[in-house]
Design a protein around this ligand. Structure first.
Ligand SMILES: [Fe+2]
Length: 127
């Protein structure tokens, strides 16, 4: 990410609004995806800054494996893949639907042409 972008994010988090950071690559390893070689190189520095400014959501992709982690009260959601056959760990094409209402965050995974799955079921009661 680099120092300049880390500082940019830190300076642009608004205290009076909901903050969502969207990035292609990820800051925390995603399970079932094999060797980790694509995580942001300075993930530790980014996570340290995020823990200071506390955005509500951090969204990322790249791994083609839907997942979520909560770290230092920050919700991290990782998307699956909507159309490719290169899937890992969860073998359906999918996308994330995250509803936010009155500060309450309700994340669901939507299988393309199929059901909604609660993220808590996806990550806590693995099939
Ligand atoms: Fe990618």
């Amino acid at each position: 990410m680099g120092r300049d972008q880390i500082k940019f994010i830190e300076n642009n988090i608004a205290k009076d609004r909901l903050n969502v950071l969207v990035m292609h690559h990820h800051l925390i390893p995603v399970p079932d995806t094999g060797l980790e070689a694509a995580i942001a190189e300075d993930a530790g520095d980014v996570l340290k800054m995020l823990s200071k400014v506390n955005p509500e959501l951090v969204l990322s992709g790249h791994r083609h494996r839907p997942w979520s982690w909560k770290l230092n009260d920050i919700n991290f959601f990782f998307s699956g893949a909507i159309s490719t056959i290169r899937l890992r760990g969860f073998f359906e094409n999918s996308y994330n639907v995250i509803q936010i209402e009155n500060g309450k965050i309700s994340p669901q995974l939507k299988i393309v042409g199929g059901d909604f799955i609660d993220f808590n079921k996806l990550t806590r009661n693995q099939q």
